[in-house]
Design a protein. Structure first.
Length: 133
């Protein structure tokens, strides 16, 4: 459930509820599959583009995402002409893909797959249903 107070008119705000998820967890020197606890997601995207490239992609700086009880995090987004918005964290290890036409969002975190064996983190995929505020 979301409690959204005053929403600035200069941003597009999406509140999302998790529908499904799956994760890979590094345990005992091997990957095991398992479920991931559900969490809500709040995505804020500026309505004014920062840059338009080749009349195809619109870059939107200053976007943010908040997952569950985590702190709000800055993300980098680009918008394609088909109504899809793709966002990544500064490292690029987390990807958000939003279909503005139907409110579906996919989220993947992949950094754990790239780390050394001792420091591996969870690799996970999430599916959300979102509502635009």
């Amino acid at each position: 459930c979301f409690s959204v107070g005053a929403i600035a008119q200069d941003q597009e705000v999406w509140g999302c509820q998790q529908e499904a998820s799956a994760g890979l967890f590094w345990e005992n020197n091997r990957w095991r599959t398992g479920g991931v606890l559900p969490e809500t997601l709040l995505l804020k995207i500026p309505t004014e583009p920062s840059i338009t490239l080749n009349d195809v992609y619109t870059i939107r700086d200053n976007a943010t995402v908040k997952r569950g009880a985590d702190k709000e995090e800055a993300i980098f987004c680009r918008e394609a002409t088909l109504g899809f918005i793709s966002c990544t964290t500064s490292l690029g290890s987390q990807l958000y893909l939003l279909n503005r036409n139907n409110g579906r969002l996919g989220y993947a975190t992949i950094l754990g797959a790239l780390m050394d064996r001792g420091g591996r983190d969870t690799v996970a995929n999430f599916i959300y249903n979102c509502t635009k505020f």
